[in-house]
Every structure is written in structure tokens, then in C-alpha cells.
Design a protein around this ligand. Structure first.
Ligand SMILES: N[C@@H](CCC(=O)N[C@@H](CS)C(=O)NCC(=O)O)C(=O)O
Length: 202
């Protein structure tokens, strides 16, 4: 398989999950700034949506959308328990977290990274993100991970997007459960490997 990624972008989530899975894959750098691969290939010819992540399967089929990609990877290695079995209530809970993260957290960051966004709107978005993170913090009370005591693919996604707080000035320093979660995640070997491979850690 090939994972098209850009350093530190939301593609870090499936990158972490691939390393957790132990599956063989090739990371392919697709810059979100230039939309070109390192050999000059126009990334739009690979993913017409232009964004990462994109997973290319061994049969050449391409899968986009982070929440779908991480569930696909988890389902290739059921013994690793990266996601609950399909059709169970626990799986819907996982999808509830993935959807919340993608629509309420991930996409709130886009205007904060956009230099054209008026400062007033950034303030509104940061306040909303703060509310969302306070709710997540309450949900993490007494839990190591979003789904309870065990890591799941939803944790890789939440970790990836919450790592952006430092770049856009969203203050989560008072949220103790979330802080402990971020630290716990940062200590996982697969997270460190993925971050090193993307040049985010020495
Ligand atoms: N709906 C997509 C969104 C992916 C996305 O926003 N990717 C960003 C990086 S975090 C990107 O590649 N932006 C560059 C672009 O849209 O051209 C998903 O959840 O996978």
C-alpha cells in the first residue's frame, strides 16, 4: 500500500494507524502547498480532491477520507483491535468519535490556518474549539483513550488534530484529561515512529 501524506497534516492519523497495524506501506510525500509529489507529478492526477490523506491499495484502488481510511486499515488486522468489529454498538461509538473529530474539530482548524480569514472570525472559531475540547476533556475523565482503556483509530485522529493547537493559539493547558491523553499518545512507539518519519520529531 501507499499512503500519500504531508508532514504534520491530518494524514498523520492514518500514518500512525498504519504503524500501529504493522502492515507494510510506502509513505509518499504529497505537499499540501504545491500539490506535487517529489518527482514533480501533479497530485491532482492521483487524487482529484487535491488533499491528503489518500491510501492506495495493493490492487491500485485508491481510498480517500481519513475516517474511512483508518477503519479500512483497522479491518485488515482484526487481531490488533484497532477498531471494534463492524456491526457492533462499539463500532458505531468509534464512528461517532471519528465523525465528531472530522466535522467539529478537524474542519474548524482550516480557517485558522488560512491567512485570508479575518481575525474576528478566527476568535469565534477558537472559542468554539475551546468548547468542543472542554467537552472532550469531560469525556476522557477516568479513561486512557476515547473508547476506554484501549487505543483505537479514533485516538490517532484526535491526537493528530489536537497537535495543531500549538500552531494556532488554542489553549488547552487547563484541560487535564486531554493533556494526559496527548502525553499518553505521544509516548506510543507507533506515534513516535510516524512523527519521526514526517520530520516532526528528532
Ligand atoms: N475530508 C478530508 C479532508 C482532508 C484535509 O483537509 N486535508 C488537508 C490537510 S489536513 C489537505 O490536504 N489540504 C490541502 C488541500 O485541500 O489542497 C478528510 O477527512 O480526509
Amino acid at each position: 500500500m501507499k499512503l500519500y501524506y504531508s508532514p504534520g497534516a491530518c494524514s498523520l492519523s492514518p500514518h500512525i494507524v498504519l504503524r500501529e497495524s504493522g502492515l507494510a506501506f510506502e509513505p509518499v510525500l504529497a505537499s499540501t502547498k504545491t500539490h506535487k509529489l517529489q518527482d514533480g507529478t501533479d497530485y491532482y492526477t492521483i487524487n482529484p480532491k487535491g488533499y491528503v490523506p489518500l491510501l492506495e491499495l495493493d490492487n491500485g484502488e485508491r481510498l480517500s477520507e481519513g475516517p474511512a481510511i483508518v477503519q479500512y486499515i483497522a479491518d485488515q488486522v482484526p487481531a490488533k483491535k484497532l477498531a471494534p468489529p463492524a456491526g457492533t454498538m462499539a463500532r458505531y461509538r468509534l464512528q461517532e468519535w471519528l465523525n465528531f473529530t472530522t466535522s467539529e474539530i478537524h474542519k474548524s482548524y482550516s480557517p485558522l490556518f488560512n491567512p485570508a480569514t479575518p481575525e474576528e472570525y478566527k476568535t469565534v472559531v477558537k472559542a468554539r474549539l475551546g468548547e468542543r475540547y472542554r467537552w472532550i476533556d469531560s469525556q476522557l475523565e477516568g479513561k486512557s483513550y476515547l473508547m476506554g482503556s484501549d487505543f483505537s483509530v479514533a485516538d490517532a485522529y484526535l491526537f493528530t488534530v489536537t497537535n495543531w493547537t500549538q500552531y494556532v493559539g488554542v489553549d488547552i493547558s487547563t484541560l487535564k484529561n486531554l493533556g494526559a491523553f496527548m502525553k499518553r499518545m505521544a509516548e506510543r512507539p507507533a506515534v513516535q515512529e510516524a512523527m519521526k518519519a514526517e520530520g516532526l520529531l528528532k
